[in-house]
Design a protein around this ligand. Structure first.
Ligand SMILES: NC(=O)c1ccc[n+]([C@@H]2O[C@H](COP(=O)([O-])OP(=O)(O)OC[C@H]3O[C@@H](n4cnc5c(N)ncnc54)[C@H](O)[C@@H]3O)[C@@H](O)[C@H]2O)c1
Ligand SMILES: O=C(O)[C@H](O)[C@H](O)COP(=O)(O)O
Length: 384
């Protein structure tokens, strides 16, 4: 069997080699011709799998029976077009959710440091409380922050849980984190969920973060607000028009990264493993490789802390030892300057440096350091 995989999928040969010949193709170059003779297609989010691609693939002689995306988001896949052709589809829910939460914590800690603000005094509104948003909510609450969630689909399905409507959340929050999928129609559409009116109405001093999908936020309206009055702090990982994003907006944003919030090696491997398991099931084979078989030992697995550091400084130190969002912000800025925006955006993602999750670090607390345990463990580190 011929299996076409996005070249940015780690451990693809090791996993999908069990099905047959694995051919790696850059995600933006997967077209009908690339799918000639293929029976399985494994993508990430940059390959649009729609009726046009499937028709071109059929003309080129593809006989697709399985399509998998090693990502959480599925807005790039026309699932109805797949179902109409009897092609099974699988995505990887939750695979990189921990990484996105690490990204958010790293970004908020950096803003707090730059603004000389106490992070635990800020009120956080989370829009979209799914795999990512709910994990973020739990970690922030455990860290002592006052948090509220907006998630109308969950509010309808879970009448016992407390959720807030978006407009009141926008007015209440000092920090607004967007973690919604891109949904175009229906009663809970998210395209431009943060539209010009809502962006204009944000309180001065609000920190706004989007790590959901770029189209959930009106980038032109954000640009206008930032140009008129630099009274918001903005963190954008996702953008309208990726990879050729608006350079003027990138320059105005405090932390600007190229859709890498979920790019921990652990998260990518989890995505690969989930789709490998689904593909093996589809073809009646048993999946022998677990995540433990695929994940290497992290380069930094243990850190020892004594006493003497204020708790939030100790936390920042541990976070930066594992992941520092400044590296991704600077990486995009440098590549955009030397290669142009679209190429630079993709270049940083394709050559992404190894990144592990907070949960891979064990922190040993020596004499005087024991008091740090609750905060560090709330942030996701393993405490010894
Ligand atoms: N930046 C990145 O690297 C990155 C990584 C992972 C996921 N994502 C994006 O983040 C999205 C969320 O990820 P997830 O794993 O939490 O997905 P999920 O499907 O587990 O959760 C999405 C949540 O959003 C809620 N929602 C839907 N419409 C809403 C609306 N109008 N207002 C408020 N909430 C709404 C849903 O009810 C659900 O609880 C993904 O769909 C993906 O597009 C981005
Ligand atoms: O939806 C997801 O899982 C994330 O957005 C994911 O990190 C996207 O990664 P990409 O497909 O861009 O490699």
């Amino acid at each position: 069997m011929r299996v076409i995989v996005d070249a940015n999928i780690p451990a693809a040969e090791r996993c999908f080699g069990a099905l047959g010949e694995v051919v790696a193709v850059p995600g933006r170059e997967i077209d009908g011709a690339a799918l000639a003779g293929a029976e399985a297609l494994i993508v990430r989010s940059i390959t649009r799998v729609d009726a046009a691609l499937l028709e071109a693939a059929e003309r080129a002689g593809a006989r697709l029976r399985f399509v998998g995306t090693c990502t959480i988001g599925t807005d790039h896949v026309d699932q109805a077009a797949l179902a109409a052709r009897g092609i099974e589809f699988a995505s990887a829910p939750g695979c990189n959710a921990e990484a996105v939460v690490d990204y958010v914590l790293s970004s908020l800690a950096l803003l707090a440091e730059r603004e000389e603000a106490a992070l635990d005094q800020r009120r956080v509104g989370i829009v979209g409380a799914g795999n990512v948003g709910e994990r973020l909510y739990r970690r922030l609450v455990a860290l002592g922050l006052d948090c509220r969630r907006c998630d109308p689909p969950r509010a309808e399905a879970e009448p016992g849980e407390r959720f807030y409507d978006l407009d009141s959340l926008c007015q209440w929050a000092d920090v607004l984190c967007l973690h919604t999928p891109l949904v175009h129609g229906g009663s809970h559409a998210t395209h431009h969920l943060l539209d010009a009116e809502r962006i204009t109405a944000l309180k001065p001093g609000t920190w706004l973060l989007n790590a959901g999908r770029g189209d959930c936020l009106d980038g032109t309206a954000l640009y206008q607000r930032l140009v008129m009055a630099e009274d918001l702090r903005a963190v954008l990982d996702v953008w309208e028009g990726e990879p050729g994003i608006d350079e003027r907006l990138r320059r105005l944003v405090d932390i600007a990264t190229p859709h890498i919030a979920g790019y921990s090696f652990d998260g990518k491997l989890r995505g690969t493993q989930q789709i490998y398991a689904a593909a093996m099931r589809r073809f009646g084979l048993s999946a022998r490789l677990s995540l433990d078989d695929l994940a290497p030992r992290p380069p930094l697995s243990r850190l020892e802390l004594g006493g003497g550091l204020p708790a939030w400084d100790a936390l920042r130190l541990c976070m930066r030892a594992v992941y520092d969002v400044r590296r991704d912000h600077d990486g995009l800025a440098r590549r955009a300057a030397t290669q142009g925006m679209a190429k630079g955006f993709d270049a940083w993602r394709a050559d992404y440096p190894l990144r592990r999750e907070f949960g891979t670090l064990e922190v040993a607390l020596g004499q005087g350091g024991r008091a740090l345990a609750p905060l560090l463990s709330a942030a996701g580190f393993r405490i010894n």
